[in-house]
Design a protein around this ligand. Structure first.
Ligand SMILES: *[C@@H]1O[C@H](CO)[C@@H](O)[C@H](O)[C@H]1NC(C)=O
Ligand SMILES: *[C@@H]1O[C@H](CO)[C@@H](O)[C@H](O)[C@H]1NC(C)=O
Ligand SMILES: *[C@@H]1O[C@H](CO)[C@@H](O)[C@H](O)[C@H]1NC(C)=O
Length: 861
């Protein structure tokens, strides 16, 4: 005969296991003492045969699939010490009153057991009970007064039921009680005074309907460590001695109607870790004692009426992880000592009266994720080092009086999703580096004094909200901003204009009158000053033998036989041969009789752009050499804004001019056009595939392909070109939308991730120009048409089995031979490939060269 049996079975059956458990445990097992079948998938009723195990001391069926009711015969198992049936899908039913007969029961665990009805009075008979857990059921009714019979009870868990009524006074008799959780019920009334005579370490009455004052007797309990009274209707002051007599660790009275000052002693024992008092009406200042409470990790005191200066010692808490003080009336400055709160992840101070500067110590809070100081009276510049906070996700500085520029070195802000700087006095330009923030979703710069152009790079961001309303931005809105997310955010900047986006006034072709007046005046002034200087210079030479010379910075990229003196004085009207987006081009005759082209970059308001163009040209063109890329010979810049780039002179000018303006005779020959296509393709292929790192031109167009006297093509104008640097995140991460209307690949409408396939697209457009003789946005193409759409539609309108009908689209100016048609068709096919809307499907430039040449060979063999 088995006298004692411990069963602990773990079946690992994938299906619900229907077991007639009585077969396993027949009534002959009457001597069984411990039966533990927890954490299996037993289902059905709890077998009635269990009722015939009179010696059973432990019955554990936790977490099975028993689906009958909790049987009353369990009340017969008079030897039971542990009855643990929690986490079973029992049929809804009451807690059997018969269980009250289990006078030896120490643990009754029936959490999550679908119990309904009220707690039977008989519960009070469980004189041996230490642990009562009926949490997370549907128990209703009042807590029976008889509960005072649980003389030995240490823990009562009744949370998450529907219990009602007031707490019985008799609770005070439970002198062994250490932990009580009655949270998440509908309990009401005032807390009985007797609650103070309990030796509780943990009292949780959260989420009920209690009201009245929190009894001061609570503060006398020497064991109290955890107190949760949140979400009730408590009023009045907190007991002033709270924390004085016990090691208070967690304190949560949030969401009540408490008033008065915070008790001074809350952290008397230096054990307090979380102080949660938000959504009350506490007033007065922060007790100075809080400054020494280094155990604190969480403070949440938002939405109160606390006021006064925050003692500088308060900020020092090295363990702070969360500090929420928003929407109070705190004043004074935020002390630099906050730099000691190294673990701080959330710092929310918005809606107070904090003043002074943002302390530089902020920058040392490496873990900061959420930082909000909006709606205060903060002034001065935001410390630039704030961009070192690499965990930052939210930065909200709006509605202060911050001045100075927006910090711009964002290399560490990888996580930032929201940046709100609105309603301040930030000045300077919008840093284009914002486009490097990979996760930025909300960007609000509205109502500041920002100036300059809209950085086109911003299009690179995948923003849900962009707002730069009410600034002083000016200049042309980049074409790619047609996305409504951006457009609407650019309103309220009267200086913005656009030739294409209807929302904005067109950009003035002529400078406004007043500006002209200013320029004329400035010019006169300069001439006057110039003559004075000249005069002085002459005098100096006369008297001192020394000559005045502005300081030029020059670089030679080739061995050249000239210097700035041979160039700068000749940048005059009569030598002007062209004018482009980046500057004016002059033809300069050198002493040796040769010509060079000198480009003088625009100065003045366009200076920022100009500098980057200048740098870009020098950095890129200065180091590459290719037969189809224009040669930069020399650069020179002077203090006074002058920036000059000197190139080989290209006799025939740009392809754009030759093709569309001059209608040059030589271009009647298809072979001339074809050679230009192949040469330019080779130049671009060299940039993409032979340069390390690769270079993207980003402004490929017929105007940027120059022709020498033999009509050999040279890719020029690298002002927008970029080197693809891999440390910047591979292909797309660097970006600046570039290019000219009509040549920009469609994907730049929704992204600014720039790849070489953007150049391929633009080159395809150039091929189409060569074939048709039309400009990419030629008015003859009709409204809303560009050359790519037009060709695609015209070419494919012919029957499917028929080869593309090119005759309609070929430039009528061309003198064509029989073989030319076939070659034009081939080039057209390449052009169509290059302008496929899906970038992936476009060939590489190297492949384009191959495709073009293959055919050429075929023709000549
Ligand atoms: C119980 O059943 C569930 C669902 O079928 C299954 O995921 C789990 O592994 C089973 N547990 C045991 C102990 O067999
Ligand atoms: C169980 O308790 C009730 C009173 O609560 C009593 O009348 C009854 O006799 C008890 N039964 C047993 C078997 O002890
Ligand atoms: C930024 O702050 C302003 C002013 O407080 C507010 O109106 C706006 O909604 C905020 N922007 C975002 C994106 O949250």
């Amino acid at each position: 005969m088995v006298s004692s049996l411990v069963v602990s079975v773990t079946f690992t059956l994938s299906k619900t296991f229907h077991l007639d458990i009585t077969i396993w445990f027949p009534s002959e097992f009457s001597a069984i003492r411990v039966l533990d079948l927890s954490y299996n998938n037993f289902s059905g009723d709890i077998p009635a045969s269990f009722g015939r195990f009179p010696q059973l001391k432990v019955l554990k069926l936790v977490s099975n699939l028993f689906s009958g009711i909790v049987p009353s015969f369990l009340g017969n198992l008079s030897a039971l010490r542990n009855l643990e049936l929690g986490y079973n899908p029992f049929k809804e039913g009451p807690l059997p009153w018969q269980l009250g007969n289990l006078s030896k029961l120490e643990t009754l665990y029936l959490s999550n057991a679908n119990l309904i009805g009220s707690i039977p009075d008989s519960i009070g008979n469980l004189v041996s009970l230490k642990n009562l857990d009926l949490s997370s059921n549907y128990l209703s009714g009042e807590i029976p007064k008889s509960i005072s019979g649980l003389k030995n009870v240490e823990q009562i868990e009744l949370f998450n039921n529907n219990l009602q009524g007031e707490l019985p006074e008799s609770l005070g008799n439970l002198t062994s009680l250490l932990r009580m959780d009655l949270g998440q019920n509908n309990l009401t009334g005032k807390l009985p005074h007797t609650i103070g005579s309990l030796c509780l370490t943990s009292l949780r009455l959260n989420e009920n309907l209690f009201y009245g004052e929190i009894p001061s007797s609570l503060a006398l309990n020497p064991n109290l460590r955890h107190l949760a009274l949140f979400i009730n209707n408590f009023t009045g002051k907190l007991p002033q001695h709270l924390g004085l007599n016990s090691d208070l660790e967690d304190f949560d009275v949030s969401n009540n109607e408490l008033t008065g000052e915070l008790p001074k002693h809350l952290c008397q024992r230096k054990k307090l870790q979380s102080l949660v008092i938000f959504n009350n009406k506490f007033s007065g200042t922060l007790p100075a004692q809080f400054g020494e409470c280094h155990s604190l990790t969480v403070i949440s005191m938002e939405n109160n009426e606390l006021s006064g200066e925050v003692p500088s010692s308060f900020w020092i808490h090295p363990g702070f992880e969360t500090l929420k003080m928003q929407y109070n009336r705190f004043s004074g400055s935020i002390s630099n000592s906050i730099s000691n709160a190294k673990r701080l992840a959330k710092l929310q101070l918005q809606g107070n009266n904090f003043s002074g500067m943002l302390p530089i110590g902020i920058c040392e809070l490496d873990r900061l994720m959420k930082f909000d100081v909006s709606k205060n009276l903060l002034t001065g510049e935001v410390p630039a080092c704030i961009t070192r906070l690499k965990k930052l996700e939210f930065l909200r500085l709006q509605e202060n009086m911050f001045t100075g520029p927006i910090p711009s070195n964002f290399s560490f802000w990888h996580e930032l999703t929201e940046l709100n700087l609105s309603y301040n006095q930030f000045s300077g330009t919008i840093p284009s580096q914002l486009s490097y923030l990979p996760d930025l979703t909300y960007l609000d710069l509205s109502m500041n004094s920002l100036t300059g152009n809209v950085p086109p790079e911003l299009v690179n961001l995948e923003l849900s909200e962009f707002n730069a309303y009410g600034n002083k931005l000016y200049g042309e809105v980049p074409y790619v901003f047609s996305n409504p997310v951006f457009l609407s955010g650019l309103r309220g900047n009267p200086g913005l204009c656009s030739p294409v986006i209807k929302e904005f006034p067109p950009c003035p072709k002529q400078r406004p009158y007043s500006l002209i007046a200013v320029i004329i005046f400035a010019a006169c002034f300069l001439i006057f000053m110039g003559s004075v200087l000249w005069f002085l210079k002459r005098k100096f030479i006369f008297f001192n033998g020394k000559s005045y010379k502005p300081s030029y910075k020059t670089t030679n990229f080739q061995i050249v036989g000239f210097s700035e003196e041979d160039i700068v004085p000749f940048l005059t009207r009569e030598n002007l041969i062209g004018s482009g987006s980046s500057g004016q081009v002059y033809k300069v005759n050198l002493k040796n009789g040769e010509f060079v082209a000198a480009k003088k970059l625009w100065g003045g308001t366009r200076k920022l752009d100009t500098e980057s163009v200048f740098k870009s040209e020098i950095e890129i063109l200065g180091r590459i050499r290719h037969a189809n890329i224009v040669k930069l010979l020399f650069s020179c810049s002077a203090d006074d804004d002058l920036m000059v780039l000197v190139y080989e002179y290209m006799e025939k000018g740009s392809l754009g001019d030759v093709l569309h303006v001059n209608k040059c005779e030589e271009l009647r020959e298809w072979s001339t056009r074809f050679n230009i296509a192949v040469g330019a393709a080779q130049g671009l292929a060299y940039l993409h595939h032979d340069c390390v790192p690769p270079i993207l031109h980003r402004d490929v167009k017929s105007n940027n392909i120059l022709l020498d006297q033999d009509f050999s093509p040279y890719v020029a104008d690298f002002g927008l070109a970029k080197t693809l640097k891999h440390e910047e995140g591979g292909i797309g991460a660097m970006s600046r939308i570039a290019g000219s209307y009509g040549y920009i690949a469609p994907e730049y409408g929704y992204t600014l991730k720039v790849t070489e396939k953007g150049d391929v697209y633009s080159f395809g457009v150039v091929l189409m120009e060569l074939i048709t003789g039309k400009r990419p946005n030629d008015p003859s193409l009709g409204d809303n048409m560009d050359i790519v759409k037009w060709i695609t539609e015209t070419a494919f309108s012919s029957a499917e089995d028929h080869p593309i009908d090119v005759a309609h689209i070929i430039d009528p100016m061309l003198n064509l031979g029989i073989c030319d048609y076939e070659e034009i068709e081939n080039v057209l096919n390449v052009a169509l490939l290059c302008t496929t809307s899906f970038p992936m499907n476009r060939p590489s430039m190297r492949r384009v060269v191959e495709l073009l040449k293959e055919h050429k060979l075929a023709r000549h063999n």
